[in-house]
Design a protein around this ligand. Structure first.
Ligand code: FES
Length: 148
C-alpha cells in the first residue's frame, strides 16, 4: 500500500513535470516575443529621424525652441558645445520651460526641475530630459534623438 502510494506520487510528479514544461514554455513564449518587440535589441531599432534646426549663426547661448519629431525641444550653445533636449518632462509628460534667470528647466505640473544639462535637480522626474545629439553640416545644425 505504502509502495503503491509512493509510485502514484512519483507518477503524479512525473506527469506534472511532463505537462508543466510545455505549459511553462507555451505561456512564456508570448511574453518573450512581446519583450523583443517592445524593447528590441539596439541593432534592430529604427534610427531616429535627423532634422535640420537652424543655421549655425542662429543658435546662441539662449535656448531656442523647436519641434522635433512632433515634440517640443530646445537647443542652445554652452561654450562651444550644442545642448539639445526634448522639453517633455520625464515624469508625466508636461512641457518644461526654461527659466533664464535661474538657468534651469522647470516643469509646471509637479515642480520638477532640471539643470542646463537636462539632469534632474528636484522633484518627481525619474530621469534626465531626453537628449538630442546635435552636429553641424554645411553651416546647418542638425539634431537626432540619442539612442540609449
Ligand atoms: Fe513634470 Fe510631473 S510632469 S514633474
Amino acid at each position: 500500500m505504502e509502495n503503491e502510494h509512493k509510485q502514484e506520487v512519483t507518477r503524479r510528479r512525473f506527469l506534472t513535470m511532463v505537462m508543466g514544461v510545455p505549459l511553462a514554455v507555451g505561456a512564456s513564449t508570448p511574453l518573450v516575443l512581446a519583450g523583443g518587440v517592445l524593447n528590441p535589441p539596439k541593432s534592430l531599432r529604427p534610427t531616429p529621424p535627423q532634422m535640420a534646426v537652424a543655421k549655425v549663426e542662429d543658435i546662441k547661448d539662449k535656448p531656442m525652441e523647436f519641434i522635433y519629431d512632433g515634440y517640443p525641444a530646445v537647443i542652445f550653445l554652452k561654450g562651444k558645445e550644442y545642448k539639445a533636449f526634448s522639453r517633455v518632462c520625464t515624469h508625466l509628460g508636461c512641457i518644461v520651460k526654461w527659466n533664464e534667470a535661474e538657468n534651469k528647466f522647470e516643469c509646471p505640473c509637479h515642480g520638477g526641475i532640471f539643470d542646463a544639462d537636462g539632469n534632474v535637480v528636484k522633484g518627481p522626474p525619474p530621469k534626465p530630459l531626453e537628449r538630442l545629439t546635435a552636429w553641424v553640416e554645411e553651416g546647418i545644425v542638425l539634431v537626432r534623438q540619442e539612442v540609449s
